[in-house]
Design a protein around this ligand. Structure first.
Ligand SMILES: Nc1ncnc2c1ncn2[C@@H]1O[C@H](COP(=O)(O)OP(=O)(O)O)[C@@H](O)[C@H]1O
Ligand SMILES: [Mg+2]
Length: 473
């Protein structure tokens, strides 16, 4: 729910209300309102709006005008809530005000800056408790995990729970659309309402303005500006004992004062679980809740419950993938979704219109991570697609290394892939083993095929790995 002056926008029910009364608004006009309101003060370009409101169709630009006028008519005296920025796009006149359970006064101001907690957040109460406790002592805490695993959701929830522990309001800084160090600093200045003006601000100035403030700074979605954020956080934290920084990112900052908290997938049922055990898993709860909210009745008998459990397991308990799969149940049915999971990059598309572009399809989520890799890590990642199970460093080298791609390349790159949450590391005693999630593997395989390397790497895998397994047993 987004509260906008005297209006309430319910994104799930797709309604615009005023004092509890639903106002008549067409579907496209609602989409425009939702897109601009969800951007939380950020400018939404015309192209972005067209892609969000008419994702599969090309329409004339004046369609925006038509639906915008209808929307403004409904907004009445508040018609200028949505500003047109000539030649650029659309923007909210005022910041959105959220409706979490904040008290009056400064606590309410804190909540105004922080997005509302996600309603129906599943399986995260332990993580939230731990994060809150860790923030008592840890100056920089980074929530790390794969795209769509729920870092932002859990960080927002933890920040709401922790806000009472701080004297100053929580500062929420969304870095999703920020690309430079200067812009990161500006975003912090704006969000914390620091009295710094002028064309340029430095990390030292921001640090001085935040000095001794007992505050929680939440820097969300930092992976694409990780170097800049690492530098800024180091400067902010030096000599400021009262400041706490909570970061979400697909990879750690790698600075001295940092503690890393890995966000785990939602729990999925092991094979052969009873129906009751399947239904207890948070991943399955999420899947069934979302599928049923789309007017399809699923999960009514044992066969459906087991199928839902298998789907969640094959999606590795990643909430974003589960959301995308649940949305497909209305068209394909449970069985249809399960059978098409081999082609998951094609079917797991069509996320919420108001989600970040990289959260609208599974492929876009991986594209975002893949684009941030260097060439050597890209090569390794696509070649790892041939491993269906966990593998050792030696097995990996036997398959991917040659005269050009040396062991030194492999060492650097496997570290990078693990840090960036594209490969999971498990330990069997002192031995590290690596594994790609089923979704990561599907993405890597498509890249391997596109690069024309599939035959060669599959042949190397067939030649070396069975021999190594025999020697080990
Ligand atoms: N524990 C959860 N319960 C229900 N939905 C969740 C949960 N965690 C994440 N989601 C949903 O999954 C999607 C991705 O979550 P998000 O927090 O944005 O992931 P990340 O920041 O790791 O990319 C969002 O639509 C979010 O609402
Ligand atoms: Mg995020």
């Amino acid at each position: 729910m987004i509260e906008l002056g005297r209006f309430q926008i319910d994104l799930e029910m797709r309604t615009l209300q005023q004092n509890g009364e639903t106002l008549p608004l067409g579907s496209r006009a609602f989409d425009i309102l939702a897109a601009v309101a969800s951007a939380n003060g950020r400018l939404v370009t015309k192209d972005e709006l067209m892609n969000t409101v008419w994702p599969d169709t090309i329409v004339e630009e004046n369609n925006i005008q038509v639906h915008l006028s209808a929307l403004r008519k409904v907004l009445g005296q508040d018609r200028d809530l949505i500003l047109t920025v000539p030649g650029r796009g659309y923007q909210l006149r005022q910041r959105q005000k959220n409706t979490s359970s904040c008290e009056a006064g400064s606590r309410a101001a804190a909540c105004r800056r922080l997005p509302p907690p996600k309603s129906g957040l599943l399986g995260r109460s332990e993580a939230v408790k731990k994060i809150r406790a860790m923030l008592e002592h840890t100056h920089v805490l980074t929530l790390v995990g794969a795209g769509g695993i729920g870092k932002t959701s859990v960080a927002i929830e933890a920040a709401h729970h922790s806000s009472a522990d701080f004297a100053e309001p929580v500062c929420f800084v969304d870095l999703a659309v920020v690309t430079t160090e200067e812009a990161v600093l500006r975003a912090i200045v704006e969000s914390c309402e620091l009295p710094l003006h002028g064309p340029q601000v430095s990390a030292d100035q921001v640090a001085a303005a935040l000095a001794r403030q007992h505050r929680l700074l939440l820097l969300d979605n930092a992976e694409h500006v990780i170097g800049a954020v690492a530098h800024i956080v180091e400067v902010l934290i030096a000599g400021n004992d009262a400041l706490r920084v909570l970061v979400t990112s697909r990879e750690p900052l790698r600075i001295m004062p940092e503690t890393v908290f890995r966000v785990e997938p939602l729990d999925v049922p092991p094979p052969c679980s009873t129906d009751a055990d399947v239904l207890r898993c948070s991943a399955v709860k999420l899947f069934l809740q979302l599928a049923n909210s789309l007017q399809v009745k699923v999960g009514g008998d044992s066969a459906e419950i087991q199928l839902a459990g298998q789907i969640c397991r094959r999606l590795d308990g990643i909430p974003l993938a589960i959301e995308l799969a649940a949305a497909r149940v209305a068209a394909l049915g449970l069985e249809g979704v399960y059978r098409r999971l081999d082609d998951r990059m094609a079917i797991l598309a069509g996320g919420y219109r108001t989600a970040l572009p990289r959260h609208q399809t599974l492929r876009a989520t991986f594209d975002w991570s893949f684009a941030l890799l260097n060439q050597s890590a890209k090569s390794l990642f696509r070649r790892l697609a041939v491993f269906a199970d966990a593998f050792t460093f030696e097995a990996m080298c036997a398959v991917v290394c040659d005269d050009e791609y040396t062991v030194a390349h492999a060492i650097g790159s496997i570290g990078e892939l693990a840090a960036k949450s594209l490969v999971n590391v498990e330990f069997e005693g002192p031995v590290a083993k690596y594994r790609l999630s089923e979704s990561a593997r599907a993405y890597a395989l498509a890249k391997l095929q596109a690069e024309g390397e599939q035959q060669h790497i599959t042949a190397r895998h067939a030649r070396h790995v069975p021999v190594m397994l025999q020697l080990a047993s």
